[in-house]
Design a protein around this ligand. Sequence first.
Ligand code: NAD
Ligand code: MG
Length: 393
Amino acid sequence: MSQMITVLGATGSIGVSTLDVIAGHPERFKVFALSGNRQFQRLAQQCITHRPRYAVVIDAQIADQLRALLEASNCLTQVLCGEQALIDIASDSEVDTVMAAIVGGAGLRSTLAAVQSGKKVLLANKEALVMAGALFMDAVAHSGTTLLPIDSEHNAIFQCLPQAYSNADRGGVSKLILSASGGPFRGWDLPQMTPVTPPQACAHPKWDMGAKISVDSATLMNKGLEIIEAQWLFKIPASQIDVVVHPQSVVHSMVQFVDGSVLAQLGNPDMRTPIAHALAWPERMSSGVGDLDFVALSRLDFEDPVIDNFPCLGLAYGVTEAGKDAAIVMNAANEVAVQAFLDLRIGFTQIADVVEYALNASCFNEPQSLADVEHTDKRARAMTSHRVTQLER
Ligand code: NAD
Ligand code: MG
């Protein structure tokens, strides 16, 4: 029996890699639905290749443009639009598996809908978990869904954890060690980073990713988000999560055990490996990624992150201590700040300033519901947008 799959965020970097892996295994997967946002030409091409039942975009005008392209190609994919349509394709009873690869808070509702309806959920959209961790993990427990991490670090840890690992018994795990590539500005200080441009920040030395996560990797906010992601996924306090900078991006993360053993997952830096791992789990299948050449690699380097030069990582550590809804504020402020940087409205080092401002200006409460999460998110975005406007003057 083949798996019916919905790919949320099909036109993005993870979405494209997912469809590439799926195309290599037509007997295992059937595409039920794809979603995109603005890149309707790419989405049309994906529909023509994969023949999903539905394609979803948010904007009605873009939906019309997509329909016209599909009709011209005699493609029978039905085009739907709006956020409810995203939720519908994530929770449809015919769907087995959902790849949650929308970027940012925009993916929260659809990702949560997939979890609540008990789908096998492949989680790339880390922001959803950072924002709504407790609700999200409660929904996982309640629906009995299988949640598989796509983020390379968390997928590596998932692969290294002992089978006995659970809430009550960590199976001898003493800590998790998250790898960080260090991004394009590893070794730089703040004055050197002050004038950097979006193309510089997006030119990641090892990974080819969407703009938002590329900037997050350059500020190390991505690692901050990943610490919080790991806390929720593996139910472990931040004090037992270390970060080590590893510029080759070959050791994707490690698990330290009480007896001194360390298990690591290695591979070429290509997201098709964690995607294929999660798609086939608990089996294995080919991903299109070549074997690691240890001799060509010859060495693996590790160093501590310099938090003084990457204040976003320090802010994230502060957020793990503050708890409550601090992570929602940090995530929202960061999304607004990164977009403002990409739009040339603020400088690179102002991203951390703006996030710090939003955190300092907020008092934190425990979110009780999705409405609480969305309320805090909205408030933090408004406050941050206002701050960006002040800085522009
Ligand atoms: P991307 O920018 O390349 O793609 C984002 C996707 O989300 C696109 O399909 C876009 O159409 C869709 N989207 C954007 N805004 C939307 C909105 N308002 N409503 C609905 N859809 C919208 O991003 P990406 O690099 O593929 O990353 C996707 C997610 O995966 C992010 O959460 C990122 O942190 C995570 N992730 C990515 C990588 C990677 O290598 N790219 C690695 C680990 C984790
Ligand atoms: Mg990662």
